[in-house]
Design a protein around this ligand. Sequence first.
Ligand code: 2M8
Length: 447
Amino acid sequence: AGGSRPVRYARPTLAARAARVLRDNDTGAVVTAAPRLYPHMWSWDAAFISIGLARLDLPRAVAELETLFKAQWRNGMVPHIVFTDDDAYFPGPDRWGTDTAVDGPRNVRTSGICQPPVHAIAVQRMLEIARASSPQDRADAERFARSIWPALYSWHRWLVEYRTPGASGLVAIVHGWESGMDNSPRWDVPYAAVNPGEELPPYVRKDVRIIGDPSERPTDKEYDRYLWLIEEMRRAGYDQKEIVRSSSFLVGDVFITALFAVSCDVLIELGTEFGQPASQLADLADWAARAREAVAASCHSVSGMARDRDLRANRWLDTQTIAGFSPLLCGGAPDEVQLRLLSLLDSDRWCGHPGLLAPVPPSVSPMRPGFNPRQYWRGPQWPVVNWLFGWAFERRGWHERARKLREAGLRLTDDGAFGEYYEPFTGEPLGSTDQSWTAAVVLDWLC
Ligand code: 2M8
């Protein structure tokens, strides 16, 4: 498999190739998440894609996020997929059946769940890029940051109003797809309690026909559960209160909670600069503080790693994955816990593992039983997750650490394939190639 990396592109060529991926994946209306596997707009992909686009064409970057937010539901939810007319992806809009949802958007078809709230981060990054670019870009980006702010605020408010049930203070997900880390072992225990009913309508997967090696994707058994949860939500008419009350999967997601905390901080910074209502800024400060506390409270007393919480079974989920490092994204954990996490991240269990092609944190520790170097969120490295940690470290003033992650990310991706994820030891690109968000973060690292 080592032979799968015949070339290492020099940086200018890599940047040109990344730019071409974003252009090639642009249908004119959206930049799809990937050419064949994902022919639609995904919520958190669109955020990263906009950062990459901002390096190439600021108005195009603005248009991308505007398209996503035009599909925002009336209750504030930003849907995880905005569908194009392409029917090569399953489950498509008919299977989701959100057209009759009370809170659904009009004139556009979407899925009925959400994804991690990284959009404020993208808007701020676009603004930074535009300001360093030209007076025109600067003016456009500032106008955009001001105009999108209320929609970002209502998206955050939705997460608090509908998705922060119970005492843990963690933001809850009702489907593993909402986490963005679909089949991560984080969800194995709660998914074990999801029992697809006889009434699960039949379906045919399309992803495994596109990806040559189906073992790089989730299993059929996992898909049955994914589809069953959609069935439950559909039956509940996408009524959020009802779903949170009764769906068979409800988990406090510590990684989303950490991203939510830091995104609220970013939204406060933007809102302060652009004169948004003081009461809304105060809400955001309150939400950020509570989310941070929830992340800190989830940390395991011995390992220090942050944990998700199964809100149906009322127990912590101890499975150690990349999400365990969530407190490093948002801060708020005691210094001693933070130091423990940083040394764990550097250790041979994670980035310091001697076999890695590049010191990018894998989705699961290579030392953990069940680690699978080729299967999706069960082991491979994801450039986009590396970008998030690098961005957070820079923001926290850990410049050297941020630089190292950037360098490692570039080492991983200098094959120019823009893999969706990578085999950590050989650096083989897996899943889709020409994945838009990979191209986008590479562009951001290179500029
Ligand atoms: C993957 O998820 C989709 C479902 O949403 C899929 O497997 O069909 C995940 O990696 C997710 O985080 C990502 O946003 C999406 C598009 O890149 O693909």
